[in-house]
Design a protein around this ligand. Structure first.
Ligand code: MN
Length: 252
């Protein structure tokens, strides 16, 4: 199997995992930068992530336009991916979703979403909140053009996640496995924080040192990361699409 085909299979797995873990439903999407052309990325056509197969993957450029014309209908909010890939050369994978547990933190100004559980460390120490109304006034809240997406990418800056007020979040990472993991743990971290706030008292977030310690020496193809990917793929009913990581793992 070529690298490109293997990556397309990984992208299908990512779609199915995000659906099974309820990060996405009929809406929400995940993309990966093209391995041979950094100015292109791969994403599904307009389809619920749970239903995505390898034949549904299309190639878009960094304006969010299809590389091949007369293609299928595309996600209205594909510009989010285009703008983040354009702004962040090191980012290889992007997720946009509406996971409910993240929404309160995009609406309330006083309480910020911060990592409070060990697996929440992947979201990073800062989670900015982007409000489309700041620059674009009354819209339908969807990111439907490059100007809006570039403003979102600006707000994201060098962080891993930006919340989108009254809408959802955008997440960026160096690999598909990482962006999926980040997107699965983001709502869980938000839920833990929400419950802690309900208990009352002082909230103890992960320290900067703890966040750094968890990310130190990290490899997307470590045995531990692969274990999670394999578990989630199996749970999502697509373990048959897994390409073995043996050739990606560092040799002992
Ligand atoms: Mn959306």
């Amino acid at each position: 199997m070529t690298d490109l085909n293997a990556l397309i299979q990984d992208l299908v797995i990512a779609n199915r995992i995000l659906a099974r873990e309820e990060v996405v439903d009929a809406y929400g999407h995940v993309s990966v930068r093209h391995p041979d052309n950094p100015h292109h990325f791969l994403i599904a056509r307009s389809l619920a992530p749970e239903l995505v197969g390898p034949e549904d993957i299309v190639e878009l450029d960094l304006d969010g336009q299809p590389v091949r014309h007369e293609g299928p209908s595309l996600y209205l909010e594909r510009f989010i991916h285009a703008a983040i890939f354009a702004a962040r050369p090191e980012v290889m994978a992007v997720v946009h979703a509406h996971a409910e547990d993240t929404l309160p933190f995009g609406i309330v100004e006083r309480t910020k979403l911060r990592p409070v559980i060990h697996s929440g460390s992947f979201i990073g120490s800062e989670v900015p909140v982007w409000d489309i109304a700041d620059k674009f006034g009354d819209t339908n809240l969807l990111v439907t053009n490059m100007a809006q997406a570039e403003d979102l990418a600006d707000c994201l800056g060098g962080n891993n996640v930006a919340l989108m007020r009254g809408h959802g979040f955008a997440a960026a990472a160096r690999s598909l496995i990482e962006v999926v993991r980040l997107s699965v743990y983001l709502p869980r971290n938000a839920r833990a924080l929400m419950r802690a706030l309900q208990l009352g008292g002082e909230i103890k977030c992960l320290s900067q040192g703890e966040i750094e310690a968890r990310n130190r020496g990290y490899s997307p193809y470590s045995v531990e990361t692969w274990r999670t990917w394999e578990y989630w793929a199996n749970k999502a009913g697509c373990s048959h699409l897994l390409t073995r990581p043996d050739d990606r793992l560092p040799k002992p």
